[in-house]
Design a protein. Structure first.
Lengths: 221, 203
C-alpha cells in the first residue's frame, strides 16, 4: 500500500514536471533541402514590409520570476535595415532609446539598469530577430501539405535562424548559435495587423535567460 | 532717443503692474491651495514621441492626501500603480490577474516626479528643489516651471494650466529636449472628498 502510494506520488510528480516543462524545450531541427522557388516569398510572411511603427505592452520575466511591465515603441525601415527602439515605463519615462542600422547601434539614451553595452546589443538583437528577416536568402525551405512553412537561414560563423508555422496556427522563430544550441525562440500569434503579430513571446536561453511577452497596442504605417 | 526712453519706461511700468497683479493672484492661488486636504481625479495622458506619428494614449486616476500620500494609477494600456507614502514609493503592475511588485527602475525619476505632483496639488510651486517657477495670471492662469541644472537634461519646461475653480489643475504639459512631450488632462476632479486609507496602502 505504502509502495503503491509512493508510486502514485512519483507519477504525479513526473506529470507535474512534464506539464511544467511544456514549451520549455526548444523545437528540434528537422532535415530540409532547398524548396520550390514559388514557396520562397512565404518565408518572409511574418516580417513587416515597408515603413512601420508600433507600440507594444511588454512583460519582462527574468530568472526567479521577477517581472516588469514596460512599453516598447519601435519604428522600422526594413529596406534600409533600420530599427529605432524605445523602452518606456508605464508613466512614459524613456529608459532606453537606440537606433540600429545594419550592424551599428547608436544609443541615444539609457537609464540604469539598461545602460550597459551588453544590454543594448542584446535588446537590438531581440528586436532584429522579431522584425527583420536575416540579410541573406534562406538556404533551405519547405511548404508542407497542411500549409506549414519551414525556412532556414545560415548566418555568418555558423549561426542559424529558422521560421516555422502558418498564419492559421501561429509561427515560431528560432535562433541557434554556431554550436547548434538554441539562444532565442519566439512564438508569434495572430491576427497580424499591418504585418505585425498581435501577440509575441520571446524566450532567451543564452547568454542570459529571460522571457518577453509582447502585446501589440498600436501600429501605423 | 526720447522715444526710446519713453518706450523703455512703458515696458518697465508694464512689467511692474504685471508683477503686482500676479502677486495678488499668486496669493489667492496659495490661499485656495492651502485648504486642499485631498484630491481625486481621472486623467488622460498623451505621450508625443518623435518616432510616433500618433501620440501614445494612457488613461488613469489618482488620489492625493495632503500628508504625503499619493496613488498614481494607470488603467490602460498598461495597468500599473505607484503608491507613495512620504519618501517611499512602491510600484506594481497588474499581470495574469494579480498585482505584482515592479522591478525597480527609474525609481529616482519617479520619486522626483511624484514629489513635484504632490507639491503642485498643494500650490507649493515655490518649494520645488528642481524647478524655478513663473506665474502667469492668464486667463487661463498658468505656472511655468523651468528646470534647474541637471534636470534640464531630461525636462525642458513644464506648464501647469490652472482651472478657474480655485486649487484645481486642468492640464500639465511637459516638454523634453529633442521634441518629445507629454500632456496630462485632468477631469472629474473632486476636492476634499473622503478617501479610504487602503487606497494608498494596497495596489
Amino acid at each position: 500500500m505504502i509502495c503503491r502510494k509512493g508510486l502514485d506520488i512519483c507519477i504525479l510528480g513526473f506529470l507535474i514536471l512534464s506539464i511544467g516543462c511544456i514549451g520549455c524545450v526548444p523545437m528540434a531541427e528537422i532535415a530540409l533541402s532547398p524548396g520550390a522557388p514559388d514557396d520562397l516569398p512565404g518565408c518572409y510572411a511574418i516580417f513587416p514590409a515597408g515603413h512601420w511603427e508600433s507600440v507594444h505592452r511588454i512583460e519582462a520575466i527574468i530568472r526567479g520570476g521577477v517581472s516588469s511591465s514596460l512599453l516598447g515603441v519601435t519604428k522600422g525601415e526594413p529596406s534600409e535595415r533600420r530599427l529605432h527602439s524605445l523602452l518606456l515605463t508605464p508613466e512614459g519615462f524613456i529608459l532606453f532609446d537606440a537606433e540600429l542600422q545594419e550592424d551599428r547601434i547608436a544609443i541615444r539614451k539609457a537609464v540604469a539598469p539598461f545602460d550597459s553595452p551588453a544590454f543594448a546589443r542584446g535588446l537590438m538583437e531581440d528586436v532584429t530577430l522579431l522584425f527583420l528577416p536575416p540579410q541573406v536568402r534562406p538556404t533551405t525551405w519547405r511548404k508542407e501539405t497542411g500549409g506549414t512553412r519551414i525556412c532556414r537561414w545560415e548566418g555568418p560563423g555558423g549561426s542559424r535562424t529558422e521560421v516555422r508555422g502558418s498564419m492559421d496556427h501561429g509561427w515560431r522563430i528560432q535562433h541557434r548559435d554556431d554550436q547548434g544550441e538554441v539562444t532565442r525562440e519566439v512564438s508569434l500569434k495572430g491576427p497580424f495587423v499591418q504585418g505585425l503579430a498581435s501577440h509575441m513571446e520571446l524566450r532567451a536561453f543564452k547568454p542570459a535567460s529571460y522571457r518577453l511577452r509582447m502585446t501589440l497596442l498600436q501600429v501605423a504605417p | 532717443m526720447k522715444r526710446l526712453f519713453f518706450l523703455s519706461v512703458l515696458i518697465i511700468m508694464g512689467f511692474l503692474s504685471a508683477a503686482v497683479g500676479s502677486s495678488q493672484d499668486w496669493a489667492s492661488l496659495k490661499e485656495a491651495s492651502r485648504n486642499i486636504q485631498s484630491v481625486k481625479a481621472e486623467f488622460l495622458q498623451k505621450r508625443y514621441l518623435q518616432i510616433l506619428t500618433k501620440p501614445l494614449l494612457s488613461e488613469g486616476r489618482f488620489f492625493f492626501y495632503a500628508s504625503g500620500f499619493l496613488r498614481w494609477e494607470y488603467l490602460s494600456p498598461l495597468r500599473s500603480v505607484m503608491l507613495q507614502k512620504g519618501d517611499t514609493i512602491r510600484p506594481y503592475h497588474f499581470s495574469e490577474g494579480v498585482w505584482k511588485p515592479e522591478m525597480t527602475q527609474a525609481v529616482e525619476s519617479r520619486r522626483m516626479v511624484l514629489a513635484e505632483i504632490s507639491q503642485w496639488f498643494q500650490g507649493r510651486f515655490d518649494e520645488s528643489k528642481a524647478f524655478t517657477h513663473l506665474y502667469s495670471p492668464g486667463p487661463p492662469a498658468r505656472v511655468i516651471l523651468t528646470p534647474k541644472e541637471g534636470i534640464n537634461r531630461f525636462i525642458q519646461r513644464i506648464e501647469i494650466v490652472l482651472s478657474a475653480r480655485p486649487g484645481v489643475i486642468d492640464r500639465v504639459e511637459i516638454e523634453e529636449p529633442g521634441g518629445s512631450r507629454t500632456s496630462i488632462e485632468f477631469r472629474n476632479v473632486e476636492i476634499n472628498s473622503s478617501l479610504p486609507s487602503e487606497i494608498f496602502e494596497k495596489p
